[in-house]
Design a protein. Structure first.
Lengths: 484, 369
């Protein structure tokens, strides 16, 4: 799959060269926080920034544990046309005591620059370079990530793919309305704006239905149909798949031609800049995957997740960092694959969760490794909302977690008031990770949504910080060697 | 669905009636969390909220690192004051013998004295016997103190297994903490390590964290002990004329250094390892004695030129110092309860500056940056 042409590669290389020149004066790391929607990207960035700004507990993040970090502060983002990540708002939402809640889904792309001053250790670093590192982090809606494979597909191919997936369980139930509407359309009829708009609406409803918790399916592209951001109501996202032959050509002025033109302009005017400006110039990447929601919904959702991840992996550009990158364009030399929301499981299940993650990302990991990037996989929780206990039930010892579930109804019909603490034994993860992809009994595993934790100060004079699971190890892997 | 492997347990949801004031369960050893029985069906007795009284600041005294010096060593390192009396007897006996014109072997001296006068001979014999007895008592004291310390080999093996993921790290760390519990100089480090008890950390990371927190100050102190012993030995063997004295002094200083290292780390190496260490020590002493002997031989052959004598003596001192450092590093490897995973093993390079400068007891770490 080729996502970029030669001119694109040249532009990427020039961008990389500019970054390198700037980096000699002010060392910068572009950290890509990637993941599908509701994987936990916003929470990860908020927790990372909060821990570094307020001195959290990061014992395994070596520059921090060694006391070499002098201070950290936020700076205006480097690209002026991208809004700034609303870190203060998100942190306030998480810290507001009784009204604490998770940040809502990201709707817009946003950027953040975190500057860290530290004590350099190496001879060169001490005497020549300063002890400053800029970390540029970009947050964007996870739905947009699924647009990237569109760079490689024509309109006819995309339509065929959308139709194919709509007819496989479990989407077949949800796509009935759209398929019915599609059957009434004639691709060679005259183009009509009202028809196009109706078609787009029906298609969007179908996509929204797939995303419900019950099914937890990853979105079919284009992701911006569900998260338009700036493009709300724009003609750029008013189109839909049609039943068209793969090799045919649309006649002038037909519905098919209009849809195809809109699709092409969407790809070139929306998806391509997104890829070029953000993905192609990353240094380090963390891929957040929410496996638990998929496990909750069943093996169909897990398989769907695997396919979605497999389709976006080729656009990551793994490789070893070397001087050749000045010519060939930047490569991502470290990728961390993280299974988020690990605090919903007892720590004894974390290795099984990591095994499932490896199975889901098997191909991606091998490709990245063979390209020379160093990769790691971990079960992560950016903010730990639960604590661990052991329940004694009928003589059995169940490793469980305790937290405050969100207001609402659980899957058993139990209702939670959002204040009382509940102990949950989530069930056993399958010992063989491949079982997660195959059929199993519904209700074998149950995960609740918990509210964020109440922060407690550790002792006199110490600021409260978000508890986490393995966030410091992730930071150490991604950024540890950038503090010479 | 397969139930052939360990059966999958159904999910459960349990309400906790205690309310938000329940005492948090500290998963200090994540593997062996104390089981708190909570019955689902029977009503639970609500436990009253409890606050823990913070320990009095006076109960925990933090070791002030700036006051480090020979006299500020924690009390586990030094033998009782009684030993000094034997040391001074030994020193005064040797001084008395030296004053009788030592440069010959003691036996030759006694024979000469016997030839001259029986009483002088018997007096010299008595002094020599007392000196030998004093030396013997000191050596035995050191050895018994060493034998009293526990063996550390198993703990280090467990730690290595935990690093590879085969064994649980929390129990290893608990054993380590139990070993250092009563020590004043480790109170701060233990407290810093205890902060991470409730966190979920992988086995190998937990061992590395314990090593960074607990072993770093001990390693620094051990390097200081080795450097001081090496410097003392190099200076004394450089200026000492008699080979027998060289050997005795070196042997005793090394024994003392080994005992201090073992006391510092809280344990001693196992029997087999002690034997290999003893072999290294014997080699060192043989080299010392050999150099001292050959030095006098070389002197007689080449001549008594001052320059020749000085430089060869200094060279001998440095070689002795280097061998002491080697023995000290080997002993450090054996006495250290954790393998070198997170911290670097010190090398000979760090001590070379100590060995070649005389007159100051400084920290080898200070030289770096």
């Amino acid at each position: 799959m080729k996502f970029t042409s030669i001119t694109d590669e040249a532009r990427i290389a020039l961008g990389g060269l500019a970054d390198y020149a700037g980096g000699l004066v002010q060392p910068t790391v572009r950290l890509g926080v990637t993941g599908l929607s509701r994987a936990g990207k916003t929470v990860f960035i908020t927790a990372l920034v909060h821990n570094l700004l307020h001195g959290g507990r990061l014992p395994l993040f070596e520059p921090y544990a060694g006391g070499r970090i002098k201070r950290a502060y936020l700076q205006p983002q480097p690209d002026d046309d991208i809004p700034r990540f609303a870190y203060e708002d998100h942190a306030e939402e998480l810290l507001s005591g009784d009204n604490r809640k998770w940040p809502s889904s990201t709707r817009l792309i946003s950027q953040l620059r975190l500057t860290i001053e530290f004590e350099p250790e190496g001879f060169f670093a001490r005497n020549v370079a300063g002890g400053t590192l800029n970390i540029d982090i970009v947050d964007y809606p996870g739905e947009w990530l699924l647009d990237l494979p569109l760079l490689d597909l024509t309109y006819a191919e995309w339509s065929a793919e959308a139709l194919r997936t709509a007819q496989i369980a479990p989407r077949d139930k949800l796509s009935k309305a759209w398929l019915k509407h599609l059957a009434e359309l004639d691709p060679s009829a005259d183009a009509d704006e009202a028809v196009v708009r109706k078609s787009a609406e029906v298609f969007t409803e179908y996509l929204a239905a797939c995303r419900e918790d019950e099914y937890a399916l990853s979105t079919v592209p284009p992701g911006r149909f569900l998260m338009p951001g700036d493009l709300e109501g724009s003609p750029l996202i008013t189109f839909a798949p049609l039943e068209v032959p793969k090799d045919g050509k649309p006649s002038q002025g037909s519905l098919w031609a209009m849809m195809e033109r809109r699709y092409e302009s969407y790809v070139t005017r929306v998806v391509k800049p997104f890829f070029m400006n953000h993905f192609a110039r990353l240094d380090r990447k963390i891929v957040l995957v929410d496996i638990l929601a998929a496990l909750n919904a069943g093996p169909a959702a897990v398989t769907d997740l695997k396919q979605a991840l497999g389709s976006i992996m080729p656009c990551f550009r793994p490789g070893r960092a070397s001087w050749l990158n000045l010519i060939a364009g930047k490569k991502v030399d470290k990728i961390l694959f993280a299974a988020t929301k690990a605090d919903h499981l007892h720590h004894t299940s974390h290795d099984r969760l990591e095994a499932i993650l490896r199975v889901l990302l098997d191909e991606a990991m091998t490709n990245s490794k063979s390209a020379g990037a160093s990769i790691d996989a971990a079960a992560l929780a950016s903010i730990r909302a639960t604590r661990e206990v052991r329940l004694q039930q009928d003589g059995e010892d169940l490793p469980s977690i305790v937290g405050v579930p969100e207001l609402g109804k659980g899957s058993d019909g139990e209702s939670f008031d959002g204040k009382a603490e509940i102990a949950v034994f989530p069930g056993d993860l399958p010992e063989d990770p491949n079982e997660a992809l195959t059929a199993h009994n519904e209700g074998d595993i149950q995960f609740l949504r918990f509210r964020p934790p109440v922060l407690a100060s550790e002792g006199a004079g110490q600021e409260a910080s978000f508890p986490h699971i393995r966030l410091d190890r992730a930071l150490n892997f991604l950024l540890g060697d950038k503090f010479p | 669905m397969t139930d052939s492997s360990p059966k999958r347990r159904r999910p459960q949801v349990v309400r906790l009636d205690q309310g938000p004031a329940e005492e948090p369960e500290t998963a200090c050893a994540p593997e062996k969390t104390e089981p708190k029985p909570k019955r689902k069906s029977t009503p639970k007795k609500p436990r009253a909220p409890r606050t823990m009284v913070a320990p009095e600041p006076e109960q925990v005294k933090f070791d002030d690192p700036s006051s480090r010096g020979e006299l500020a060593l924690a009390n586990h390192l030094e033998p009782a004051a009684k030993g000094l009396r034997w040391g001074s007897i030994f020193a005064s006996c040797i001084a008395a013998l030296i004053s009788l014109g030592i440069g010959l072997w003691f036996t030759q001296l006694i024979e000469d004295l016997f030839a001259r006068n029986t009483w002088l001979g018997w007096g010299a014999t008595g002094l020599m016997g007392l000196a030998g007895l004093a030396l013997l008592v000191m050596v035995v004291r050191e050895l018994t103190a060493l034998a009293k310390l526990r063996k550390l080999g198993k703990l280090r093996n467990d730690a290595e297994q935990a690093l590879q993921g085969n064994k649980d790290a929390a129990s290893v760390v608990q054993k380590l903490k139990a070993m250092y519990r009563g020590r004043r100089d480790m109170a701060w480090q233990l407290k810093a390590l205890a902060r991470h008890d409730g966190e979920i950390i992988d086995n190998d990371d937990r061992i590395k964290l314990a090593e960074r927190e607990l072993m770093r100050p001990l390693d620094a102190e051990a390097k200081r002990l080795i450097a001081n012993a090496a410097k003392r030995i190099s200076v004394v063997t450089a200026v000492n004329p008699a080979p027998a004295l060289d050997v005795l002094f070196t042997g005793f200083q090394i024994l003392r250094m080994l005992r201090q290292l073992a006391g510092l780390y809280g344990g001693r190496p196992g029997t087999l390892e002690t034997i290999s260490l003893a072999r290294m020590v014997v080699t060192h002493l043989a080299v010392t004695g050999g150099m001292a002997l050959s030095d006098t031989l070389i002197q007689n052959v080449i001549g008594h030129g001052l320059a020749g004598k000085l430089s060869s003596k200094l060279g001998e001192g440095t070689v002795n110092g280097i061998m002491t450092v080697r023995i000290g590093l080997a002993a450090m490897d054996l006495c250290r309860p954790l393998p070198y995973a997170a911290l670097e093993r010190p090398g000979l390079r760090e001590f070379l500056s100590e060995l070649t400068t005389f007159g100051s007891t400084s920290d080898p770490d200070e030289k770096k940056g």
